[in-house]
Write a protein that binds this ligand. Structure first.
Ligand SMILES: Nc1ncnc2c1ncn2[C@@H]1O[C@H](COP(=O)(O)OP(=O)(O)O)[C@@H](O)[C@H]1O
Ligand SMILES: [Mg+2]
Length: 350
């Protein structure tokens, strides 16, 4: 006798929407005079449409090389070897022709870097920067491009935009210049904005304004954002998800709230304790993590963080831990590359 199948059980699960960006086992090895430097050493991640991912880690951990490899700015050539997969909106970025890549940059993907002056030409007016990218990617005529340029400056919170477009970059403050760069990056409604230390060169008040702006644009325009920073505090309260990089690898990734409340990787825990706190006495010395980042030409055996880890065990120096949830049935996407994740009991007792 057979039992009939209950219809609910046979209903197929709703398919998950394809991510905007899929990175699998990405490696960028730079050929240096000292030997091969593993700047990015096996990174996998996904980014959903409209999502903000914060990528954090100390200087030299591979954040910028990761960002540039994802964009296809770093490709296999005489100075480096790239392997693994980068799929953007269904396209294999490293299989694209140089021409297709150029059309992707500045239209589907916008970029904002640390120093706005590197993106701005000192002898061109603010408006020209915007109208040129609008001509190039959209074929807008003069008047339409000018109208859109004013609109874009208004969008990024630049007062009196009709006057500003006639000015030169040096006539603007650092914060206003970075707003212009963000306007350029957004000119063609990109699906993804990569912001690499966009506020590191700015003072604290302006830094906050620019970060608020990025967050507002992500929400209002639905643009996915990768926000790269050496400062975990910069992505706190803004990113939907965070990936912590150490020695070219992702040490831990989770929804932002999970990462901040219950870090699993000792490196994340150390980074969190290095964020200045409101209850610190004034002029307290900034806490730093003891020890130096790994030499990625000769990385340490096993876990890259083992030589600096407060909880190091024997197995940590023998084998390289992979990113895993470590908890059966945990579907939260909270992953850590650690054999001995920080236990809840450890927290609050530093
Ligand atoms: N063009 C290059 N030539 C040699 N080494 C490089 C180059 N670019 C980056 N590196 C090295 O790659 C590693 C990662 O660098 P980077 O991605 O810039 O770090 P981060 O952005 O996290 O500070 C560092 O060790 C850096 O010195
Ligand atoms: Mg960098």
């Amino acid at each position: 006798m057979t039992t009939s199948v209950i219809s609910d059980e046979s209903a197929p699960a709703a398919p998950r929407p394809a991510p905007l960006l899929r990175v699998e086992n990405l490696r960028t090895t730079i050929h240096t005079a000292r030997g091969d430097l593993r700047a990015v050493d096996g990174v996998s991640l996904t980014l959903a449409r409209g999502e903000m991912l914060g990528v954090v880690g100390e200087s030299g951990s591979g954040k910028s090389v990761l960002g540039r490899t994802v964009m296809g700015l770093h490709r296999t050539g005489p100075t480096m070897t790239v392997s693994g997969l980068v799929e953007f909106d269904g396209q294999d970025v490293h299989a694209m022709s140089p021409r297709a890549l150029r059309s992707m940059w500045g239209s589907d993907v916008g970029m904002v870097f640390q120093d706005p002056m590197t993106a701005l030409n000192p002898v061109k007016r603010v408006g020209t920067h915007l109208t040129e990218t609008l001509h190039a990617h959209r074929g807008l005529g003069r008047a339409a491009a000018r109208g859109r340029a004013v609109e874009l400056l208004d969008l990024v919170g630049i007062p009196d935009p009709a006057r500003r477009i006639t000015q030169y970059p040096h006539e603007l403050s650092g914060g206003m210049r970075q707003r212009v760069v963000i306007a350029m990056a957004l000119a063609n409604d990109p699906k993804l904005l990569i912001a690499d230390e966009p506020t590191t060169a700015l003072d604290v008040t302006v830094q906050r304004q620019i970060l608020d702006l990025l967050e507002r644009l992500q929400r209002e325009l639905g643009t996915a954002v990768i926000l790269i920073s050496h400062n975990l505090g910069v992505v706190a309260g803004r990113a939907d998800r965070v990936a912590v990089m150490y020695g070219g690898r992702i040490a831990e990734t989770a929804h932002a709230a999970d990462l901040f409340v219950s870090p699993r990787h000792p490196y994340t825990e150390a980074l969190l304790s290095a964020i200045p706190r409101l209850d610190d006495p004034p002029h307290a010395r900034l806490r730093a993590i003891d020890g130096a980042p790994p030499d990625m030409v000769h990385p340490p055996a096993g876990c890259r963080f083992a030589p600096r880890c407060a909880y190091v065990h024997d197995d940590c120096t023998r084998e390289l831990p992979v990113l895993a949830s470590g908890r059966a049935g945990d579907e939260s996407g909270h992953l850590a590359a650690c054999f001995h994740p920080v236990a809840n009991a450890n927290r609050g007792e530093r």
